[in-house]
Design a protein around this ligand. Structure first.
Ligand SMILES: [Zn+2]
Length: 326
């Protein structure tokens, strides 16, 4: 007789190991105009069965079920720019061998990968930061990239979806990401250790803008790769979607896989002296394909081994997501 007990399913996540010392370099000043400054318009398409980005608000539906509401602003569904930035930063950290930002439950970080130093006023000239902190910011240093809140491209309706409760796995000396597998629907009954979330379905589309300031091509390459785009080896000069980043909540239950589709690019030409011209004034429209290819050809900040591991593990499979313990 087999002993009865909970069925434990395969883990829905993987880790990217921490190797070598992060390569830290001196700060890019904000008061001089150099490199790339501009905006990349992006469409976000929901690729998994659902996307849920929680606002922290709990509502009750007509069937008396309590559910976690999707974020809204002025009545409109949005994906906050901060949550897009957080997801993309985590990928940039992994593929550039950057530091691991400190937070709750992150006790097993080796000294080499502890958070970069706090930048104190007057110490900017001597300070160094890892690639992710240099791009996204560190304590005392403002980041040079920003995502606007993403708004629906067209009418998007939501559903109330039941998922099993989530248990955060213990952090194990690496960076954790969730595999891209298939969502398994559950019945609608309220049940112990389950909850309901408001989610938008596959095919829903949002638009956001990535603005960047004084970046290098190698930094732009990290960002574009973190959005899931790589050069197509079979079609030189073209990009290809290589994986779907995950946004929002319920990632262990296979929610949140999205595709970032570049739509338009505008840049501000350097040489305008010390004043960074306002992008609101327009900037110059650029050919997406050729600039993206130029950026992606600069892989000086890329940890090739981590990139290889990451993209392999992020490939979508037809396997079902665990609905129970793992
Ligand atoms: Zn850092």
């Amino acid at each position: 007789m087999e002993p009865a007990g909970p069925v434990v399913e395969p883990k829905p996540y993987f880790s990217i190991g921490l190797r070598d010392q992060p390569r830290r370099s001196s700060l890019t000043p904000h008061d001089r105009f150099s490199g790339w400054t501009g905006r990349l318009d992006l469409e976000i398409r929901v690729v998994s069965a659902y996307l849920h980005v929680g606002s922290g608000v709990i509502k009750v539906d007509a069937a008396d079920r309590a559910y976690a509401a999707f974020v809204r602003r002025d009545g409109e569904l949005i994906i906050p720019g901060s949550s897009i930035k957080g997801a993309i930063r985590s990928i940039v950290e992994a593929i550039s061998n950057s530091c691991v930002r400190q937070g709750a439950g992150r006790a097993e970080i080796p000294p080499s990968h502890e958070s970069c130093e706090t930048i104190r006023p007057g110490q900017e000239e001597k300070a160094t930061l890892c690639p992710a902190c240099a791009l996204f910011g560190a304590t005392g240093y403002r980041g040079r990239v920003h995502f606007a809140d993403a708004r629906p491209v067209s009418q998007v309706s939501t559903s109330i979806v039941k998922i099993a409760e989530l248990w955060e796995p213990r952090r194990a000396g690496g960076r954790k990401f969730y595999h891209v597998k298939q969502f398994r629907p559950l019945d609608d009954r309220p049940e112990l250790n389950h909850r309901f979330v408001e989610a938008v379905p596959r095919g829903a589309r949002f638009s956001t803008v990535l603005t960047f300031e004084n970046t290098t091509s190698a930094e732009m390459a990290l960002l574009i790769r973190a959005l899931g785009i790589e050069r197509d080896p079979d079609r030189p000069g073209n990009g290809t979607f290589i994986f779907t980043p995950k946004l929002g909540g319920g990632k262990p239950r296979c929610l949140g896989a999205v595709r970032f589709v570049p739509r338009a690019l505008r840049t501000v030409d350097p040489g305008a002296g010390k004043l960074i011209p306002s992008l609101a004034a327009g900037g110059r429209a650029r050919s997406l394909g050729s600039v993206l290819d130029r950026w992606l050809s600069d892989d000086r900040l890329l940890d090739r081994q981590a990139w290889k591991d990451f993209t392999r593990q992020m490939q979508a499979t037809d396997a079902s997501c665990p609905t129970g313990l793992y």
